[in-house]
Design a protein around this ligand. Structure first.
Ligand SMILES: [Zn+2]
Length: 235
């Protein structure tokens, strides 16, 4: 069975639950491919072939500390069931519409991996926060943006059914890492011209909660403006 494991929800992250509540070594038990963030919101998490990379707001890319934790991540054991070859330049927007038309269903989650040559990539990385944590919409104000040109790399993404908007981000949520591991982050835009797209259809989701974390368990979480905030911060 193709299972997407998600620790906490994007909705809780939007509300400012930035404390890491799952050890990264535990996250790895549930998949080899995925996206997320780190304790205190310290950068973008990209998991590729079982290795967890941390892309900090300085733009620096490192292999994440084994002893680190995550407040939010979604991972799967990547076993693609569809492939698509790109052999001419295509924008992110156009490719997303191609993928939306290709997936077996818009009513289930899909995990997407795109390996190849990108003439242009624009990303961002969030900055670590201190307590009391702000809502994500405020924390996102301090994030840094990066651009690079003519890079070999991989985009890892999750396509979420609109029904789950709030639990995750309805639509695409994608992170990038270059082959030389010097560039990455949450994808804002790209052009890709020579690449392989692989898609995994997800059968089931395993939604994990931070039941060992009292702040979360006893917290009053304000989801009032969630949809609007997610559109601004994650759209
Ligand atoms: Zn992201």
């Amino acid at each position: 069975m193709n299972v997407l494991f998600q620790h906490q929800t994007l909705g809780d992250l939007m509300a400012g639950f930035f404390d890491g509540t799952l050890p990264l070594k535990d996250l790895r038990k549930y998949g080899d491919t995925g996206i997320g963030t780190f304790h205190t919101f310290d950068g973008e998490l990209t998991m590729l072939d079982g290795v967890i990379y941390q892309i900090k707001d300085s733009g620096k890319v490192t292999i994440a500390d084994e002893n680190g934790t995550t407040p939010y991540a979604a991972v799967a054991d990547f076993k693609p069931d569809m492939r698509y070859e790109i052999d001419r330049p295509i924008t992110l927007k156009k490719l997303r519409s191609v993928i939306t038309g290709m997936v077996r269903s818009k009513n289930v989650f899909s995990v997407i991996r795109i390996d190849g040559h990108y003439p242009f990539v624009q990303t961002r990385a969030v900055s670590p926060q201190t307590k009391p944590y702000p809502r994500l919409i405020e924390a996102a104000d301090g994030q840094e943006e990066f651009e690079t040109y003519n890079v070999q790399g991989t985009a890892i993404g999750i396509l979420t059914p609109d029904l789950f908007d709030g639990v995750s981000k309805g639509g695409f949520h994608c992170h990038f890492i270059s082959d030389d591991r010097t560039f990455g982050g949450h994808i804002i835009d790209y052009i890709v011209d020579d690449a392989t797209v692989q898609i995994q259809t997800i059968d089931a989701i395993l939604q994990n909660f931070a039941t060992n974390h009292e702040d979360f368990m006893q917290g009053e979480i304000d989801y009032t403006d969630l949809a609007e905030e997610m559109e601004i911060a994650e759209g």
